[in-house]
Write a protein that binds this ligand. Sequence first.
Ligand code: C2E
Ligand code: CA
Ligand code: CA
Ligand code: CA
Length: 279
Amino acid sequence: AKALGRANFQFYAEELNRAALERIELERKLRKALEQDQFELWYQPQFSAADGTLTGVEALIRWRHPVDGLISPARFIPLAEETGLIVELGNWVLHTACQQTRQWREQGLPAIRMSINLSTRQLRSAQLGDKVAAALAASGLPARLLELEITESAVMERPQEAVGVLIGLKALGVSIAIDDFGTGYSSLSYLKLFPLDHLKIDRSFVSDIEHDPNDAAIVTAAVSLAHNLGLSVIAEGVETAVQLTRLRELGCDEMQGYYFSPPVPAADAAELLRLSARC
Ligand code: C2E
Ligand code: CA
Ligand code: CA
Ligand code: CA
């Protein structure tokens, strides 16, 4: 039994070691990727529930590794967050998204809202407001066209602090969306203190909405809360026509999801903008 215990321990230690090494390797790759510009922004369109017009796009980061290929953010955002690399990466996202919007405008494409995702670390960084202001100034993008998406869990972790940060950001003229709504714990009394514009209903309530009456009840409550607070609602992860119909009945204002389009590279997003301008 003793020998077996020792063997188990050794196995466990080796596993730990392997995981730690993989992490270090990924962190090293991530730093190199920043230096070598291996990141891309892809864009997913959002549409008005009332008339189907394109209302905005959400920028979503992709990592194109020269050997491993396209790496999804789920694999590297958490590590970038832990190591603090997210601050530099997030700043790259901010600038790239603003510049992209300006480029589209210069090509005669319609001016639409550009949403970017902010991580918890970025929200806590003292220079966030300055960085947003700098990206707006450098690109000439009107502030009202930039939307910052902040997850419910990020703002609710330290809500008192978040109120101040969001008020400061809002003063720049940008709009603010609360992301992944319904997945975290929300204090409703705080929600009313945040200067929000959009509430994004998480995909987990959308995917089974036609079968699960609980999901429909949650969406109904969220829409009613949002509308009473003067916020507009975006449903995320809409994949079918049935979901679209149901979400529209429940009062969601905008839709985003594979049913309309997955996130696409900048050139394809420009094509979507061109098409939307024609109709
Ligand atoms: P998120 O902000 O909730 O973004 C929505 C995710 O759902 C995206 O995954 C999108 O591709 C995916 N999605 C959109 N429509 C559908 C659908 O109809 N069905 C399904 N199954 N999925 C759909 P993605 O691009 O892999 O991003 C995952 C997460 O990574 C994001 O979740 C966000 O939390 C984070 N992320 C992405 N880009 C950035 C970034 O630039 N900065 C930060 N801080 N986080 C980012
Ligand atoms: Ca988001
Ligand atoms: Ca989301
Ligand atoms: Ca999410």
